[in-house]
Design a protein around this ligand. Structure first.
Ligand code: PLP
Length: 361
């Protein structure tokens, strides 16, 4: 029987969340950090419009989308690359810069796909300790070795939701040597806009890249589209390992219209943050201690893995799918995506009933 390469044979399959069964309208998925709102109606209309021209290949250079993004963020369009989800860009970065001789570094509780992307190219992901569910710059710097080629940070972090101030990222960059790429994954960056200086300027100085996605604040997870800002030499190499024609025309049109409908996205982040902050307060009133989230989800620590699993089952029975965190090394936590006020109240009611049954949290 033919065998794959050893590093592939040894890999685990990437664990996606249990997806809501479309037939089972009773279940609400709070497991994948999807937006609480449908995409902008302008994005939907733009995507629909492309379908009649479906016989043609999409624009391989994503020109309209790149110029919309460039003017929205004040960037150089040529230094933007788009991926079939930012996952494609993360994987392409690993392919460009890592192999069996070199490794990547991330924080203790970081985005699970970093690990997969690194394993796919036969490399390894080392983890730096964090405290209070927050990336510790010092510990990252101390964990760098001569074989480190990429440092991945998600900001805000997933699954923690906590934020790294831009000045800490600048300190991290300054401490890393020039042959180490710093990847700042801002999948939830739209939720913190205005709170701190944007990190795009760090890209201009080289060896730092910033990734964004349309899957979260823009509500376009189904369309599989993300983008990143890269220094020109990195752009040129990365492009070689991306699929040509990687993003279909409907997704490009939807994303472009979504960028232009800025007010819609801002309303989504405003609404999400409001519901999130109230949910956070309710959790604290029940005695939980969730780390302060700057994204569209909240990490809920329980007293033990058993209690987390028990609560997860009760929530499921009550119609809510929360993400178990064993795959993230946090078996005592559940992660709840922020949905409508009504749904979040439903979650709180179930957690409250667990308490009333005399159970500790
Ligand atoms: C959701 C998420 C992504 C994946 O985004 P896609 O664009 O849907 O591939 C990347 N990074 C982090 C930290 C995420 O939470």
């Amino acid at each position: 029987m033919i065998q794959p390469l050893r590093h592939v044979a040894e890999m685990d399959l990437y664990a996606l969340a249990a997806v809501t069964d479309a037939e089972d309208a009773r279940l609400v998925s709070l497991a994948q950090n999807e937006s609480l709102r449908a995409p902008s109606p302008l994005a939907v209309a733009a995507a629909n419009y492309t379908l009649s021209n479906g016989a043609a290949y999409p624009d391989p250079d994503w020109n309209k989308l790149r110029s919309a993004l460039a003017s929205r963020h004040g960037l150089t369009a040529d230094n933007i690359l788009c991926g079939a989800g930012s996952m494609e860009l993360i994987a392409a970065l690993a392919q460009c810069f890592l192999d069996g001789e070199h490794h990547a570094l991330a924080s203790e509780y970081s985005y699970a796909f970093f690990e997969t992307a690194v394993a796919r190219v036969g490399s390894r992901l080392l983890k730096a300790k964090e405290a209070a569910f927050t990336v510790n710059i010092r510990s990252l710097i101390e964990s760098v070795t001569a074989q480190t080629r990429i440092v991945f940070v998600a900001n805000p972090g997933n699954p923690t939701g906590t934020r790294i101030p831009t000045r800490d990222l600048l300190a991290l960059r300054a401490a890393l040597s020039h042959d180490i790429l710093l990847v700042i994954d801002e999948a939830y960056g739209e939720f913190t806009e205005g709170l701190d200086a944007p990190t795009f300027d760090m890209v201009e100085t080289g060896n730092t890249v910033v990734l964004r996605t349309f899957s979260k604040a823009y509500g376009l997870a189904a369309m599989r589209i993300g983008w990143g800002y890269f220094g020109p030499p990195i752009c040129a190499h990365l492009r070689k390992v991306l699929n040509p024609n990687n993003i279909n025309s409907a997704s490009q049109a939807a994303a472009t219209a979504a960028v232009l409908d800025d007010a819609y996205m801002r309303e989504t982040t405003r609404l999400t943050s409001e519901i999130r902050d109230r949910f956070q307060v309710s959790l604290m009133q029940l005695g939980y201690a969730p780390p302060p989230s700057c994204a569209n989800f909240i990490l809920i620590p329980f007293a033990s893995a058993e209690k987390a699993a028990f609560a997860q089952q009760r929530l499921y029975d009550g119609g809510f799918i929360l993400r178990g965190m064993s795959g993230y090394g946090l078996p005592d936590c559940l992660r709840a995506t922020i949905s409508s006020e009504h749904h979040m109240q439903g979650v709180i009611n179930i957690l409250k009933s667990l308490r009333h049954q005399g159970d500790t949290i």
